[in-house]
Write a protein that binds this ligand. Structure first.
Ligand code: GLC
Ligand code: GLC
Length: 811
């Protein structure tokens, strides 16, 4: 069953039934100021950091789900309703929610009144706009009562949900004209406040939650709304809210537009007060003046749309299949920008108070947005590299507000350093900007320990070389990419974390996933060294890569697939000899991408084994058979019920590694089949089972051994977004950035006649047309660039500012 449809022309997903199988959300904001918005008006807003600067309150894991948000109540005679359906949940005559690129629109109607809401955050602005339009479509005059509603968060979202003995006494507000100011803690250490306003005179307000709702009422039937009269309360402690009351009379056919604004202000320390106990409202008033008319709001909305036209204009395909085109052209790229902004911090599955920016996560996210915002990608690379140590190891996470490594989470995840080579080389291939290698970048955020960025890559490479185990394979440390494969942890205490507990000496357990990763990015490192004429280093590094290939062939091959690891005792993990967890996806992905033992048939055998043992209707599971009991020597992986998360779930992030592996063999049909199994737009028809948004990737789909195979969780913030974008554009469609141009080498389903891709690259536009007259999956017969045949698969860097035609004949 479907709950809506795609509108590709407008780049929107249109939800037509509010009762989606889970809240389907969107993100507003592109820099500094952000909101999460569900299809029923739920969600919250924050400035920069969802933990430290949360403007509005949101209760996670609430009953019913997604309760609380930015709500409107329309009272029309005896009927009260909400344009987003919730919170009132009155059956609507019509309902539509359109999630677009950084904006959300509602359009619904009840009893001859139509309500439209446009929600967005103007570019470069610290405030959210809600343009609310009410129209009388009946033949009688309507006297409507409109109530707005938000609930303030007392800034620190974690404290706000725990420290009630203090919080219930601190809340403070001010009201002037139509603006409600939230100034809790302003008089002491905070130099910021928030406000909620509307561009018309109001007929009343409320700022005390209990007075507005009634102590025992839910959001669906506030006392004030039921009575149809505000109480004009001023909050003193307890829970401050902001609710405007506006009386609106509409003649038949008449429409009225109101502009609400939720804003955030920072003031200078010595400019905080207007007069005694009265806050300095000048900056807020300036913000309000910026968007006090519909015309001004519409201009800002059009600017936002133009901004997305530019971002999404850089890669565009026409494949003949709308489901694929809308993923590549719209939603997958959009999601990559969201993961750039949020990392893993705030979604409907991430509370915004837990995780900072992950070293490995952020490096991998970069390959999904570097073509859209190369300058910000460059800055991000330096932020990440600054949290590394001289020996190549690094903090596992850092805080976005301070950009400092998080010592509570620590380090020693031995895959971490290598991802810096991925992000850096992909950045250079996209931009041609080698200069970042020479920039001075600190170690451990200490400027006195800065070295050229290249030295960070070198440190990353040698961190593996210097940490090999008994089989000359990389030591795993706390864990590798799979956070839950904790081979040095041995935890029998439920009160400790698998991520930070390491009570065994970590000098035996080895990872085949890191081995493959090292060969892939070791080769990249060698290639880069050659490019910058550092042949000596290239030669030296090449030896280590070859040694690793040898070690994998000798100690990492199980007969039909690559092993996953050696445990603390030197026993095999991911071997046919094991009872559970005989085969794992990560080492098959990385060792096949690295082409280890390709000549000897290992790559082909490994991928055939993946098909046989790990593939299922909904994607490729992480391991099989899933663990059914706790193996203390494996750690968290064996704590999950079989079929979920890292224990036999379809952990979507790693599926594209197998797709890319398949392209090494030229098996385009298989690569694409794997792609379609997890690409959300292909799952729209099974939304009831899949549950989460059909327009974005999720982290995990329950695997074949789960209670409910196919049911998904953890949508939005996942490395799945960048890796799938990378796999489909660069390996399946096969237009790959490289130092000297675009390498064209598609690996597509043989039944395809071809496809078109427009790609902006180094300032020029490449109009690529791939034809597949012989219906092959891989192989190039000829490439014509602007009409002339070229010799190789590399389309060179062409004249800037111009369009160029690239015609590719496969065969
Ligand atoms: C989560 C983490 C990521 C990790 C993955 C597998 O997505 O953010 O760092 O690699 O889980 O455990
Ligand atoms: C990864 C895993 C998750 C685990 C977390 C620990 O994200 O997916 O299950 O709890 O790492 O940080």
């Amino acid at each position: 069953m479907k709950y809506g449809h795609f509108d590709d022309t407008n780049r929107e997903y249109v939800i037509t039934n509010p009762k989606t199988p889970y809240p389907w959300i969107n993100y507003l904001g592109n820099e500094d100021f952000f909101s999460l918005t569900s299809n029923t008006g739920g969600g919250y807003t924050f400035y920069k950091d969802a933990k430290f600067r949360r403007l509005t309150r949101y209760r996670y894991n609430n009953v019913p789900v997604d309760n609380g948000g930015k709500y409107f109540y329309i009272k029309d005679g005896d009927t009260t309703w909400s344009p987003g359906w919730k919170p009132v949940k009155t059956e609507l005559d019509s309902y539509e929610c359109r999630h677009g690129m950084s904006y959300t629109k509602f359009k619904s109607s009840k009893n001859g009144v139509e309500a439209q809401i446009l929600q967005f955050i103007p570019l470069g602005f610290w405030g959210e706009i809600q343009k609310v339009s009410l129209k009388n479509t009946s033949s009688e005059t309507k006297k409507l009562k409109l109530f707005s509603f938000i609930e303030w968060c007392l800034w620190n979202a974690e404290d706000d949900m725990t420290n009630f003995q203090r919080n219930f006494s601190t809340g403070e507000v001010e009201i002037e004209d139509s603006t409600i100011y939230h100034k809790t803690e302003f008089k002491e250490r905070r130099n910021h406040y928030a406000f909620y306003s509307v561009n018309t005179s109001i007929d009343g307000y409320d700022t005390d939650r209990e007075s507005f709702l009634g102590l025992y009422n839910d959001f669906d039937s506030p006392d004030v709304v039921n009575d149809g009269a505000p109480k004009n309360t001023i909050a003193h402690g307890w829970s401050p809210i902001a609710s405007h009351y506006v009386e609106i009379e509409l003649k038949p056919g008449e429409q009225r537009d109101l502009i609400f604004m939720l804003g955030y202000v920072e003031v200078e320390k010595d400019d905080k007060w207007e007069s005694k106990a009265v806050i300095n409202k000048k900056p807020a008033k300036a913000m309000l003046a910026k968007f006090d008319t519909v015309e001004k709001v519409d201009v800002a909305y059009n600017d936002l749309r133009a901004y997305w036209d530019r971002l999404l204009g850089k890669i565009n395909i026409d494949s003949g299949d709308d489901r694929l085109d809308r993923m590549v052209n719209i939603w997958n790229q959009y999601q990559c920008m969201v993961t750039f902004n949020m990392s893993r911090s705030a979604s409907f599955f991430e509370s915004g108070i837990g995780r900072g920016m992950g070293f490995r996560d952020s490096n991998q996210d970069l390959i999904g947005f570097v073509h859209q915002i190369p300058e910000r990608a460059r800055e991000r690379i330096f932020d990440i590299a600054s949290t590394q140590f001289e020996d190549g190891s690094c903090y596992h996470q850092y805080q976005p507000l301070t950009k400092k490594g998080n010592s509570a989470v620590g380090g020693d995840f031995n895959d971490d350093p290598l991802w810096l080579i991925l992000s850096t080389t992909e950045y250079i291939k996209e931009t041609g900007d080698f200069s970042l290698l020479d920039e001075m970048v600190p170690f451990d955020n200490d400027v006195s320990r800065a070295k050229p960025h290249f030295e960070h890559l070198k440190a990353s490479f040698y961190h593996v070389v210097n940490n090999l185990g008994p089989h000359n394979l990389p030591l795993i440390g706390r864990a590798d990419w799979n956070d839950c494969l904790n081979l040095n942890c041995f935890s029998d205490n439920p009160n400790e974390s698998f991520q930070t507990t390491g009570n065994k000496k970590g000098n035996t357990a080895e990872s085949l996933m890191i081995a493959g990763l090292f060969v892939v990015y070791g080769k990249e490192y060698v290639k880069l060294c050659k490019r910058i004429d550092n042949d000596k280093e290239a030669e030296e590094a090449q030896k280590h890569v070859e040694n690793m290939i040898e070690a994998v062939k000798v100690h990492g091959w199980d007969g039909d697939w690559y092993l996953r690891a050696y445990d603390f005792f030197g026993n095999k993990i991911g071997s046919n000899e094991n009872e559970e967890g005989k085969i794992f996806i990560e080492s098959q992905g990385w060792c096949t991408m690295a082409e280890i033992g390709k000549k000897e048939g290992m790559v082909e055998k490994s991928l055939n084994a993946v098909k046989k043992h790990l593939d299922c209707d909904y994607g490729i599971v992480l391991n099989s058979p899933a663990f059914t009991k706790y193996h203390i020597e494996y750690g968290e992986i064996s704590t999950y019920p079989a079929g979920y998360k890292e224990n036999g779930g379809i952990f979507c992030h790693n599926n594209p590694w197998i797709m890319i592996g398949e392209t090494v063999l030229g098996r385009g049909d298989q690569a694409y089949e794997y792609y379609t199994k997890i690409a959300p737009s292909f799952l729209e028809d099974i939304s009831e089972l899949h549950k989460v948004e059909p327009y974005v990737y999720c982290q995990m789909i329950a695997g074949k051994e789960a209670f409910k195979p196919g049911e998904a969780k953890n949508s939005w913030l996942s490395g799945t977004a960048s890796w799938n974008f990378f796999a489909i554009t660069q390996y399946i469609l096969g237009v790959k950035t490289d130092y000297d141009g675009l390498v064209i080498d598609p690996c597509i389903p043989s039944k395809w006649d071809g496809f078109k891709m427009q790609r902006e690259f180094r300032g020029a536009k490449y109009n690529i047309e791939v034809q597949n007259p012989d219906h092959v999956s891989k192989g190039i017969k000829t490439i014509f660039v602007n009409g002339s045949e070229i010799e190789s698969k590399v389309v060179p860097i062409l004249e800037k500012g111009k369009e160029h035609s690239v015609k590719v004949i496969m065969g």
